[in-house]
Design a protein around this ligand. Structure first.
Ligand code: MSP
Length: 642
């Protein structure tokens, strides 16, 4: 067993340029745990990455006229920027498009196939031909595709399947014998009762309808469908079945996979079964956290309620976000976000409690002792209680962090800050300062306050690394001294010079700031508008010269050898008229037949690709596309447009 190693993973993220504050939770909480473990002397491997295959990404890229990898490279760069903004200290970043990962996944597939755990079968369902997608009866309500609304029909597709059922009993036994494997307990029960006990279906693990995926090594018609590809990242990133890394023996099994509750089934059923089939040990824990909700509901781009971490960090600093996330979502529960809740929490916990404790303490040490931490020469009735409280806090924080109950750990850390503030009220140093005979007691109060702040700076380091360093600076200690081993009362810091720096967390004016961040978020969400290029002003006479009339489309067909032009025969109120228009990219001919359009009919005829055009259809540019101006069909052909 690897005594001093610690392996923690986040899920690999789908590349998206719209990651919001909720998405960042998994990674921030994993980061806090990784930082804590490093402080406790572990050799930590903290893995994150991106899950880059699948039809959706292929389609988005195609729409943008890019190859999937060109599109994804850009998004992955922005995800890495986000992690650097959030101060995420990952050790390794895996992309499922990395060659070494592809090589391993193919070997894993081949092994499972060779040993009979994967077989070729067929996937049956209701198929939507234009969308190339299978749906179940419940999804395809009324026999219509839920995506495009067109008719679906029963179909079969050849696909590879993983024999999940073969390992179900073994997994059930494992979960029962290892009650710590899935946390929280409520989710463990859900997995066992809702999925495992009713019986597992074999899992479809390949597709032939798109090709943006890892090819099935024994059959190039198929690509491996996401979960086998994605879940394997946790071992391929250590070098399993590839030569890129060599850490598998050191770090596997993982100490913890941190994931959101939505992907628990994949991590506690499919993944363990894959590992069992490969003959590998299972991760020690799968930790399924709750979600950050907005006003109690889901955060989503379509609802327009996503909270952008980049904007928040600009106003409040990244540690305020980390603090909020890490204290708001507690084990087994969802958390809530509103700007009001966020700002109130920052003002009360960070500006009032923590910030004030630091600024009051440094001010008093400067005022009463010339800025040098005094030796505790006297003693007050409250010193012993405070010391015991601080030492107990450390033990409790260790227990909570070791079981990954990060929000409990944060509130325990902050309880020391509150206790120290109470100690100021109890000892009233400003009264002691008036009496020369109480100088020793005053020194003891300052010493104890300083020590509690030092404890807080050390314990808060995994939660708010930047603020912890700022505290260290004001307390006159080096970064290296923010070490877990230094969590004891000592006279080592007596004589240290403190300084009064700027406020750690300035108080926020909630109303004003909310207005500002809301305006900024709206501006960022609004699509960038192109400046309009204006023409010179004209009089009505110039307009009167144009003869614009309603026309009805009788016939429409592409102009041969042109991918831009459509040839129309329209009824212009007097008879048939031929018009050629450059809108072939935007319309299929049959879409326009019978429509009432607007045309300038007194333009001089011209020949376009050899075809005569007697007039011009009016249309409007709209983003990347063009729409013809359609009139109400009750307008008669020939009706003049003025
Ligand atoms: N690609 C899969 C994971 C494969 S792991 C082998 C995936 N990616 S994801 O980008 O959709 O999600 C990444 C993480 O963000 C998940 O843990 C998910 O639960 C989490 N969250 C997404 N929205 C969230 C909130 N609103 N709140 C907290 N976590 C949220 O799933």
């Amino acid at each position: 067993m690897n005594k001093n190693k610690f392996y923690i993973t986040t899920p690999i993220y789908y590349p998206s340029d719209k990651l919001h504050i909720g998405n960042t939770y998994t990674t921030v909480v994993s980061d806090a745990i990784a930082r804590y473990k490093r402080m406790r002397g572990f050799d930590v491997m903290f893995l994150t990455g991106t899950d880059e295959h699948g039809e959706k990404l292929q389609q988005i890229a195609e729409k943008k006229g890019l190859k999937p990898i060109e599109y994804i490279d850009g998004i992955v760069a922005s995800i890495k920027d986000l992690w650097s903004l959030m101060n995420i200290s990952y050790d390794r970043f895996i992309r499922t498009t990395d060659d070494y990962h592809i090589e391993s996944v193919q070997k894993i597939f081949k092994q499972l196939y060779d040993q009979g755990d994967i077989y070729l079968g067929s996937y049956e369902g209701l198929y939507c031909t234009p969308c190339e997608a299978f749906w179940t009866e419940t999804q395809a309500v009324g026999g219509k595709c839920p995506d495009c609304g067109r008719e679906v029909h029963p179909a079969k597709e050849e696909a590879y399947f993983f024999k999940m059922s073969k390992y179900a009993d073994q997994l059930l036994k494992y979960i029962e014998e290892h009650p710590d494997f899935i946390e929280p307990e409520s989710r463990r029960n859900e997995m066992v009762n809702n999925f495992l006990k009713p019986g597992l279906q074999d899992l479809c693990i390949s597709r032939t309808s798109f090709d943006w995926g890892i090819p099935v090594p024994i059959n190039e018609k198929h690509v491996i469908y996401v979960w086998i590809d994605a879940l394997s990242n946790y071992i391929t990133a250590l070098g399993y079945q590839n030569g890129k890394y060599n850490d598998f023996d050191d770090f596997w099994p993982a100490d913890v996979h941190v994931i959101g509750k939505d992907i628990l089934r994949f991590h506690t059923i499919y993944w363990p079964i894959m590992l069992m089939a490969l003959g590998l040990p299972l991760p020690k824990k799968v930790y399924g956290h709750g979600w950050l909700l907005i006003d109690g509901g889901k955060m989503s781009k379509s609802k327009g309620n996503v909270v952008d971490p980049a904007i928040l960090s600009k106003y409040f600093g990244v540690d305020a976000i980390r603090y909020y996330l890490l204290s708001e979502i507690s084990m087994g529960q969802d958390g809530n976000y509103t700007n009001e809740l966020f700002i109130n929490r920052i003002n009360s916990d960070l500006a009032n409690d923590l910030g004030n404790l630091l600024s009051r303490t440094t001010s008093m040490i400067i005022k009463y002792f010339g800025g040098a931490v005094p030796a505790p020469e006297g003693k007050t009735d409250f010193d012993g209680i405070l010391e015991q409280f601080a030492l107990d806090t450390v033990k409790k924080v260790e227990k909570e962090m070791d079981s990954y109950y990060v929000s409990n750990a944060v509130s325990t850390m902050m309880s020391l800050v509150s206790r120290a503030n109470k100690y100021i009220d109890e000892t009233a140093p400003w009264v002691l300062a008036k009496d020369e005979a109480k100088k020793g007691e005053l020194a003891s109060v300052m010493y104890h306050l300083y020590e509690c702040l030092r404890f807080a700076a050390i314990m808060l380091k995994p939660i708010m690394p930047e603020s912890s360093s700022k505290m260290a600076l004001q307390l006159g200690i080096s970064e290296a001294e923010l070490s877990w081993d230094n969590l004891c009362f000592t006279d080592k810091y007596v004589g240290t010079a403190v300084t009064k720096g700027e406020a750690l967390f300035p108080r926020i004016d909630a109303e004003k700031t909310i207005a500002e961040i809301t305006a900024e978020a709206q501006a960022k969400l609004a699509p960038a508008r192109k400046p309009l290029v204006h023409k010179e002003q004209v009089t009505i006479d110039a307009f009167e010269k144009l003869e614009i009339r309603a026309v009805k489309v009788l016939e429409c067909e592409p102009v041969p050898k042109s991918d831009k032009l459509l040839k129309f025969i329209v009824d212009d109120g007097e008879g048939r008229r031929q018009i050629v228009s450059g809108i072939a990219k935007y319309y299929k001919p049959e879409e326009l037949i019978g429509k009432t359009l607007a045309a300038i009919v007194n333009l001089m005829p011209v020949k376009l690709r050899g075809v005569e055009s007697c007039g011009m259809l009016l249309s409007a540019e709209s983003g990347d596309t063009v729409k013809v101006i359609m009139l109400d069909d009750s307008v008669e052909a020939g009706g003049e447009i003025r």
